[in-house]
Structures are given as structure tokens and as C-alpha cells.
Design a protein around this ligand. Structure first.
Ligand SMILES: [Zn+2]
Length: 246
């Protein structure tokens, strides 16, 4: 038996599923071959890790059917052998669980950011302290914010009848952010801006506490727009802002 033949059998050997002849031949090869012994040890560690760390699952029957139906008939025997390895399932499920919890964490933090932006919006309106700098001129608002922050927020007008009211400093996720304030009659719009710093926001829109919230990342900056507008108007406003910032 050569190394290639031996390696093809190692998996089955670990599972104790080799016939007596093949088993004897393989063990004979292992006695003389350090490389295959090392491969065997690696496979055992891998298998033991999943047995120790993953709960034991038997494959759900519909998964087995699905996998089998995607494989060619010629490969069916191998697939069946694969499906008989519960530790491999545990590994796949463990990885799936990790991905799912990562996804949940990131979705949770996006919701927390939106929640914070809404709280800022509501508090500023209640205190009637919307702006630290009052000006209809985006240039004036931009320069003032740049002088108070460690970045330059792009201050643009969305159109659609919104006027610039000014800007303020606010806090989102424990960092100082720019708040750009716009009004259109009774519609108040505040756009919070801060450097993405490797934590970009997935574009998302939601309703929170009766406010429309839309988040996105552009030009390495995170943006969260909050408005008390009724109806679905915020998406259009956000599109205008995105085009103006480009
Ligand atoms: Zn070998």
C-alpha cells in the first residue's frame, strides 16, 4: 500500500468501518510511514474537537434527501459514507451557529444605533435644542461642525422642500457625531454622521417609536437619518442626500 491509498482510507479507518484486510494493510503502512501517522493524528484531533465541542446531531432526513438529490448517482456511495459521520454534522452546525450569532450581534448593534439616533432626535425636539449652530447655509454649518469634530461631515441639502436649520454635536455609540438638522413645515429631519472606522452600517430602514430611520455608509462615513415625517418619504430624502454627497 502506498501513501495515496493509505490516505484515502484514513477517514474510514478512524470510524472503524474498514474491512479486516484493508485494515491490516493500512496498519502495516502506518507502522512504516511517519507522514501518514501524522495525517491520522491530525484527523483524530479534528474529529475529537467536534465530538467534544458540538452536540451530537443525526442528520435531519430532509437534509439527507436534499444532499443526495444533488449528487450524481455515481457518487452516491461516498455521499452515504459522508452522511454517516455525525461529527461532521456537528462541525457544520457549529460553524452555522457561529455565523448566525455573528449576524445577530451585528443586527442587534444596528438596531441599538437606530434606537440611539431616535432617542437623540426625540430629546432634542423635546428640549427645543435642535441646533448648536443655527444657519440656513450648509457651508457655515459644515465649517462649524468641522471645527468641533475630528472629521468633516459633508453637509448637503436634500431638496424636496427641506431647509437647513443648522447643526449640533450629539453622541451615538459613545462617540461624538455630527447632527445635521433640516425642516420642512412640521417635518423635522436630523442626519447623524460619523466616521465608519471599519464598522460600516448595512443599509437599512425601519420605523422606531413612530419615527422613520434610515442608515447607510458612504465615503467611509456612517449616516443615520431620523424623521417624524408621516408616510414613506424618508427613502426618497435619503436617495437625494446620497446623490448630493457623491
Ligand atoms: Zn504513507
Amino acid at each position: 500500500m502506498n501513501c495515496e491509498q493509505a490516505k484515502a482510507l484514513l477517514d474510514t479507518y478512524i470510524d472503524g468501518e474498514l474491512g479486516p484486510d484493508e485494515r491490516a494493510q493500512l496498519e502495516q503502512h502506518l507502522e512504516t510511514c511517519a507522514e501518514c501517522r501524522a495525517t491520522l493524528a491530525r484527523l483524530r484531533r479534528f474529529r475529537d474537537f467536534f465530538i467534544a465541542n458540538g452536540p451530537r446531531y443525526s442528520p435531519p432526513p430532509e437534509l439527507k434527501t436534499k444532499v443526495l438529490s444533488r449528487l450524481e448517482i455515481a457518487k452516491r456511495r461516498e455521499a452515504t459514507a459522508w452522511l454517516r459521520k455525525p461529527w461532521l454534522y456537528a462541525g457544520i452546525l457549529l460553524l452555522g451557529g457561529l455565523l448566525l450569532s455573528w449576524w445577530r450581534i451585528s443586527a442587534d448593534s444596528e438596531k441599538a444605533i437606530a434606537q440611539q439616533a431616535v432617542s437623540n432626535f426625540v430629546r432634542a425636539a423635546a428640549l427645543e435644542h435642535l441646533c448648536d449652530v443655527v444657519s440656513p447655509d450648509p457651508g457655515v454649518v459644515g465649517s462649524w461642525l468641522t471645527s468641533k469634530l475630528d472629521f468633516s461631515p459633508p453637509v448637503v441639502l436634500p431638496g424636496l422642500g427641506f431647509q437647513m436649520r443648522g447643526g449640533r454635536l450629539d453622541v451615538v455609540q459613545n462617540r461624538k457625531v455630527a447632527g445635521l438638522v433640516y425642516k420642512r413645515n412640521k417635518d423635522l429631519l436630523t442626519v447623524f454622521v460619523w466616521p465608519a472606522g471599519g464598522q460600516p452600517l448595512r443599509p437599512n430602514s425601519r420605523f422606531l417609536d413612530g419615527k422613520q430611520v434610515s442608515a447607510w455608509t458612504q465615503a467611509d462615513l456612517n449616516f443615520v437619518a431620523v424623521s417624524n415625517m408621516s408616510g414613506q418619504g424618508l427613502d426618497e430624502v435619503v436617495d437625494r442626500l446620497k446623490n448630493a454627497i457623491k
